[in-house]
Ligand binder design. Structure first.
Ligand code: COA
Length: 330
């Protein structure tokens, strides 16, 4: 078996900031309500004609490549974790063309806010089994395009962003992607979704159906309960399988959904809150982008040092949730 490790990270957010006061001009809410219930103070929103998730993914990917002066031609595979592509056939190929990674195969991975965890795990399999040497994974979402800005239960939560990481093959002894634990409960898929609604229409003698996607709908209370119960269980299972304990954990890097969820998960695991990596006050819930966005910021602030154990967990629509444990090697 080959080893796999993250050798570079980059991120990108749009310039436009929308703070809680701005939102309180749109729906009946307040800065105090939003901060108390979620910890979010502002979020970034993508604007501009024809700007899409591809632009954010491109900028994040280029930063990750520039950091280590890697030629895009060295990339073998690109995995774009997104639930807001600009093309239902996938946006990864557009990212591949834009960064000039001509030799890379590219595909989208849809797993909502668990997307980046699934992307790390998927990339690690390709690297550890010897198929590929350099894999670019990107978590990018522009959920602002799928928000009902008149629904105060959801419009306060989400923001746009992208984060990228390069996973490279290494010796087995240097393997840094230590283990993972993944789950799906499709029976709860209606708790958080962007549903596709169809209407019948007639074509000659045929009765056909066509429709369009709706806005994000969410049962906030159920999603909250799901996150604070399932995520700690997933982390515990993953650590146990690796013969590690919560005491070995240096950093808890959870999907940045809500500060109360982050704290509740840490409390349930008896992990000190100072080990929580969080930047959601500035960006809100950026779905698949949230984990690499927070990881990049933590690295830039020199929080993470070599040999640190980082527990990364994603959770969200699907419902999906999962954990990957990594040892920082750079
Ligand atoms: N501003 C002001 N009041 C609001 C509001 C807002 N933005 N949104 C809801 N309310 C009101 C409700 O109408 C309700 O009023 P009522 O008691 O008069 O009926 C009250 O606040 C409580 O609403 P509720 O939905 O029970 O709030 P909550 O404590 O569950 O908090 C969330 C709502 C969304 C913050 C919380 O459920 C949550 O964080 N859930 C997880 C969501 C999440 O992270 N999703 C993404 C996962 S990937």
């Amino acid at each position: 078996m080959q080893g796999a490790r993250i050798i570079s990270v980059g991120s990108a957010v749009p310039d436009l900031r929308i703070n809680n006061r701005d939102i309180s001009q749109i729906v009946e809410t307040s800065d105090e309500w939003i901060v108390t219930r979620t910890g979010i103070k502002e979020r970034r929103v993508l604007t501009g004609a024809n700007k899409s998730v591809v632009d954010l993914a491109y900028h994040a990917a280029m930063k990750a490549l520039h950091n280590i002066r890697m030629d895009p031609l060295e990339i073998d595979l690109i995995i774009l974790a997104t639930s807001s592509p600009n093309d239902l056939f996938g946006s990864a190929s557009k990212v591949q063309a834009k960064i000039g990674a001509k030799k890379a195969v590219a595909f989208d991975l849809t797993a909502a806010c668990s997307g980046f965890v699934l992307a790390i795990v998927t990339a690690a399999q390709f690297v550890q089994n010897g198929s590929y040497k350099n894999i670019l994974i990107i978590g990018a979402d522009v959920l602002s395009k799928w928000i009902d800005w008149s629904d105060r239960k959801t419009c306060i939560l989400f923001g746009d962003g992208a984060g990228a990481a390069i996973i490279q093959a290494c010796s087995e002894e240097d393997n840094a992607i230590l283990g993972f634990q993944l789950n799906t409960d499709g029976k709860q898929s209606d708790e958080l979704s962007i549903t596709y609604k169809e209407n019948p229409y007639s074509l000659n003698t045929f009765q056909l159906f066509q429709g369009q996607f709706q806005y994000i709908s969410m049962n906030g209370k159920e999603v909250y309960k799901f996150a604070v119960s399932k995520v700690p269980a997933s982390i515990t299972k993953c650590l146990n399988a690796l013969d590690l304990s919560t005491k070995d954990v240096n950093w808890l890097l959870l999907h940045q959904a809500n500060k109360r969820i982050l704290k509740a998960v840490a409390d349930r695991l008896s992990i000190d809150t100072c080990k929580i990596i969080s930047n959601l006050s500035k960006y809100g819930n950026t779905s698949a982008a949230s984990i690499p966005l927070a990881l990049d910021e933590a690295l830039q602030n020199n929080k993470i040092t070599k040999e640190d154990i980082i527990v990364i967990s994603g959770f969200g629509a699907g419902l999906t949730w999962g954990t990957v444990v990594i040892k920082w090697k750079c």
